[in-house]
Design a protein around this ligand. Structure first.
Ligand code: GLV
Ligand code: MN
Ligand code: MN
Ligand code: MN
Length: 421
């Protein structure tokens, strides 16, 4: 493991920023962090970012979709310059939100590293020939409104503004109302043509969320991601008949928990002959939720990730077919709704190859979704991963050594230095 001397100045700069971010959005009940789009933790972290960017003399703006940007140099659309002749901007960054009870690193590491990479470029006395931006995308995890990468999807038009405004959180608050309460105007949501045209490349640094990097090269602190498998989320609502847990004989029951449970097991069973596929039920809502009550309905959220888009949807079709059969056997109904589907992504081969060569870094794929995956459809995009030897992510145990995070900052600065020329 990379050891750091206790008084290392870069280590101290990292630790100072990291301590500030890490104090926001702790979830005392679940452990870890719960930071979601337009909530109080999100507001505090946005203020923190605005302040840190300001200290560095970067110009901070919020785009029409609520994403935060900090600029070293002015991008073409803000100068009303002709995007066709202006040098396109280089953007890095990530997100500040988390899953419920998530880890500290997923998202914020990319933002903190971006700020420190700007410091590093200045230490190297580099002056960008083109604008360099840091972006913080809204609600990347979809932890509040269900749709991952809300901010980057709105920016690219991968979700319609109407559909996005109608999304609801667990308390029935719409994304539009939550954004308005946070001081944004959801009527401005939508594809931002000028911004997309003015950005030439996007590089997101992220903590690795598995152990592929460690398996590829146990000595590598940083890797380059070459792509993301197709993935999506489906909500299955099983409806039966609420009744008394003590007086209803089995023959009279229409218990939606039975097909829901069978579906969880079927999803695992169907993975047996697809070694690279994963299917997860991480969220269940049992209605009305009394321990002495046969449920009237059960909502089950199914996350499936496998190969190309058609592989993922074919696996989901098999799972939902079994869900319907199990529901029939119990006299229940099942309604399926797709909440999101992200096609498999190949990051820009040129950018990725240059980064891998420059950094002598291993190249690995990933099963995790990222804003870079959404932007890749529009902008040449690449990702750097900082190793996380335990592989734990989306959980409080997510961890990266400070020395590895500093290697990440250097790697990001190296890649950006090549791009801003
Ligand atoms: C987001 O991190 C996801 O991959 O679910
Ligand atoms: Mn992330
Ligand atoms: Mn995540
Ligand atoms: Mn993610």
């Amino acid at each position: 493991m990379n050891q750091l001397p206790p008084n290392d100045p870069a280590g101290q700069r990292f630790a100072a920023l990291w301590a500030e971010v890490s104090s926001v959005g702790r979830d005392r009940r679940r452990g870890g962090y719960s930071r979601h789009g337009f909530d109080d933790a999100d507001r505090q972290l946005r203020e923190w970012f605005t302040e840190q960017a300001g200290r560095r003399g970067l110009d901070v703006e919020t785009d029409g979709n609520g994403n935060l940007w900090a600029w070293w140099g002015t991008p073409a659309w803000a100068r009303n310059a002709d995007a066709a002749t202006a040098l396109p901007a280089v953007v890095t960054g990530s997100h500040l939100d988390s899953v419920p009870g998530g880890g500290a690193f997923d998202g914020p590491l990319g933002v903190v590293s971006a700020l420190l990479a700007v410091d590093e470029l200045r230490l190297r006395r580099l002056r960008p020939a083109r604008p360099l931006g840091i972006a913080c995308f809204v609600e990347e995890e979809g932890g509040r409104f269900g749709l991952p990468c809300l901010g980057s999807r709105l920016l690219t038009g991968a979700v319609s503004p109407d559909a996005a405004r109608r999304l609801q959180d667990r308390d029935g608050v719409s994304a539009a109302d939550a954004a308005a309460a946070a001081g944004m105007d959801p009527l401005r949501w939508g594809r931002d043509e000028a911004r997309l045209a003015g950005i030439g490349s996007f590089v997101e640094l992220h903590v690795e969320q598995g152990r592929l990097l460690h398996s590829a090269d146990p000595d590598a602190a940083v890797g380059v991601a070459d792509g993301i498998v197709a993935h999506g989320r489906w909500r299955l609502t099983f409806t039966g008949e609420g009744n008394h847990a003590g007086t209803t004989v089995v023959a009279d029951r229409r218990d939606p928990m039975i097909p829901a449970a069978a579906t969880v097991l079927a999803a695992r069973r169907l993975l047996a002959d697809r070694p690279s596929a994963v299917a997860t039920v991480g969220r269940l809502q049992v209605n009305p939720g009394g321990s002495n009550v046969i449920a009237s309905s059960v909502d089950l959220w199914l996350d499936v990730r496998y190969g190309a888009t058609g592989d993922t949807t074919a696996l989901v079709d098999e799972i939902t077919l079994l869900a319907r059969q199990e529901a029939d056997l119990e006299g229940c109904q099942v309604l399926e709704r797709r909440e999101s589907l992200s096609d498999d992504v190949v990051f820009d081969p040129g950018l990725s190859a240059v980064a891998a060569e420059q950094l002598s870094a291993p190249v690995v794929p990933t099963g995790a979704g990222h804003d870079a995956g959404i932007l890749a459809a529009e902008i040449p995009s690449a990702m750097l991963f900082v190793r996380n030897p335990s592989g734990i992510s989306h959980a409080p145990g997510e961890f990266a050594e400070t020395a590895d995070c500093l290697a990440g900052v250097q790697a990001l600065a190296d890649v950006l230095a090549g791009l801003i020329r």
